[in-house]
Design a protein around this ligand. Structure first.
Ligand SMILES: [Zn+2]
Length: 275
């Protein structure tokens, strides 16, 4: 992990530059920015050998990102069961309803959708293509169906947006979830999923100032086990903590949340290209 920590530190700087670069899409600006990145990031040559100008410009933009706003409206019946992974004999509910803001009363599915729609717009403005698993709270789409939709429509990564809840109202902070190396279905996605989780979680916490609770492995989640591209869950904060519940409804904080996640996605693809 040591070398990745170093890389990650370099990428924090990188992502700041890249965000600025992605907004202005002229090739001159990009070329200048590219030079700066190559000189100062220490990450290495970001450009794929032999790539033309068009490919250089679409180095970050042009990638396809799947976004899943976790859960759905409480009125949508998702209690039917589906296999926990391809070929699994273990079955779980197609989807659950999630938690609720203890202080704001806002349901998690609503917060997840608000942030996901803003993230979609931000990523599109940075040149990405985005696949949404749902764009309203009425959609009845299971966790397995969501994962498959992203893969089938050409998603390169699968970013699942959630918020947390706890009986202990003092518990706060953001965390990431990722499949372990021993996952029976997607162990081959472990490394990239971990890096994706790390990129997004670190940038998110940096942008929002939320405490970074680190990365947890989960091998029993249908939405992870059915993925066929690197997959992560961001638990953005605790809706049962007063400060975070209110913060996650604050317009300015939401803007930082979205920027942080988008910066993390930029970092992930920049690191992929730099390998
Ligand atoms: Zn959730």
């Amino acid at each position: 992990m040591k070398s990745w920590n170093k890389l990650s530190a370099g990428l924090s700087f990188l992502a700041v530059c890249v965000s600025a670069a992605a907004l202005s899409f002229s090739s001159e600006a990009w070329a200048a920015q590219k030079k700066a990145l190559k000189c100062e990031s220490g990450v290495g040559d970001l450009i794929v050998a032999g790539a033309g100008e068009q490919e250089e410009i679409s180095l970050l933009g042009g990638h396809v990102v799947g976004i899943d706003p976790g859960h759905q409206g409480s009125w949508v019946d998702m209690s039917e069961q589906e296999p926990n992974g391809p070929g699994s004999s273990e079955y779980k509910a197609k989807c659950t309803t999630g938690t609720t803001g203890r202080f704001t009363g806002v349901p998690e599915y609503e917060l997840n959708l608000d942030i996901s729609l803003a993230l979609r717009d931000e990523l599109v403005s940075r040149g990405y293509q985005v696949i949404m698993t749902r764009e309203d709270n009425d959609a009845a789409i299971s966790n397995a169906e969501r994962a498959r939709k992203v893969s089938e429509e050409g998603g390169e990564i699968y970013v699942r947006i959630h918020a947390n809840g706890s009986d202990d109202t003092s518990v706060k902070g953001a965390l990431g979830m990722s499949p372990s190396p021993e996952n029976p279905y997607v162990s081959y996605l472990y490394k990239d999923s971990y890096r994706l989780t790390e990129c997004i979680l670190n940038q998110y916490c940096e942008a929002t100032g939320f405490q970074n609770l680190g990365i947890q492995y989960y091998d029993n989640m249908t939405g992870i086990n059915w993925s066929s591209v690197p997959v992560t869950i961001l638990e953005m904060g605790f809706m049962t903590n007063e400060a975070e519940d209110y913060a996650m409804q604050d317009t300015q904080t939401q803007e930082k949340m979205v920027q942080g996640i988008a910066d993390g996605i930029d970092s992930y693809f920049a690191a992929q290209s730099g390998q």
